[in-house]
Design a protein around this ligand. Sequence first.
Ligand code: 7TS
Length: 422
Amino acid sequence: MVLKKGNTSPLIDRPLLNVQQVREDFPVLAREVNGQPLVYLDNAASAQKPRQVVERLSRYYALEHANIHRGVHFLSQEATSAYEAARATVAKFINAAEPRECIFTRGTTEALNLVASSWGGANLQAGDEVLITQMEHHANIVPWQLLEQSHGIKLVVAPIDERGQLIVEEWEKLLSPRTKLVAFCHASNALGTINPAKALIKKAHERGIPVLLDGAQSSAHFKIDVQELDCDWFALSGHKLFGPTGIGVLYGKADLLNAMPPYQGGGDMIEKVSFSGTTFRHIPERFEAGTPHIAGAIGLAAAMDYIESIGHKPIEAQERDLLHYATERMREIEGLKIYGEAENKVAVISFDIPGIHPNDIGTMLDADGIAVRTGHHCTMPLWERFGLTGTTRASFAFYNTRGEIDSFVESLTKIKRMFLGA
Ligand code: 7TS
């Protein structure tokens, strides 16, 4: 997704996505909010759900539910098959070599914490360094800070430039013999920046350093191929992928995961338990203690099937068009400053209008039925870098339209006039 300044023309190679037809799959998009048609531009926080996902969840709960991996009866076996089929769908979606490399978690946050707690807890010692970037979500900062407290490790932060891009040379200089792990977001939730993951992973691997990729914002926008990326771990959240909340995935290379100690103890993850000691199962069960979010996993697979049925190429083309169009239209508003002008971006636009608080912008947009996020977007240190406390953020999905962007820009123009005159 290359954003070229000044290019608003429709892309010639744009594959057809019938947006109006796709919108029919999302009942919420037909709602009115505050007497206006809903314009949902908060997709980076959480995306809406198509009927196909809602109906799959409903069918599971209405007809197919039982606990998994433990019943000899029909329903338990049926639910187990559906849960394990969901794992296979996830593996295919991200091109994992094997389904067992995909661990179901509560979401990206739990996936990142799992690596920090299990792998980090076992492998990191005082003085070891974890290298992240300035654009990380709190979920890829705080787990490492907990290890600073418990293990005396050091969190090292690579800088970004004015346009919101990682300064790769500086990042590379920070790789040292003390660096034991590299972790970064594939795409930034606050700036939209897509990091050059494959190249960074290669550089880290040349030094024998494993890499954890936070895919919360990339996995909904473009095709993920964990084998091609060669990342050691990859985290994603179902709810950002048009799937249910409370479900996510930690992908990890099989040998690496099997060498990690359990993260939580309980049912399903054990081989044999006695009061004198317990042995643990291999992946994936090793990291799925207790009754998992069965419906969530099945719903996530339905969401991935839905995305595949539309196709990554049409989705990317539609989002690229929305990003170009929105960027150009927003630049018409004098004084509005966009934060995050990386050459390679997902369809996320953070902006500030000096003199108007983001919360006021968000509240006024809401009055016009337009949903955006305001504040720090869980990237407080990033905004410190830009001397701000937060921004307003519009984030797009393939079901958004140019017409919605026009309404958004019209509303912004009105808000600016009300607060600042002219
Ligand atoms: N990493 C990134 C890059 C994210 O954008 C988010 C959530 C997370 C991790 C955590 O994901 P979770 O599903 O476990 O919560 N980002 C946002 C956001 O931008 N607005 O709300 C949540």
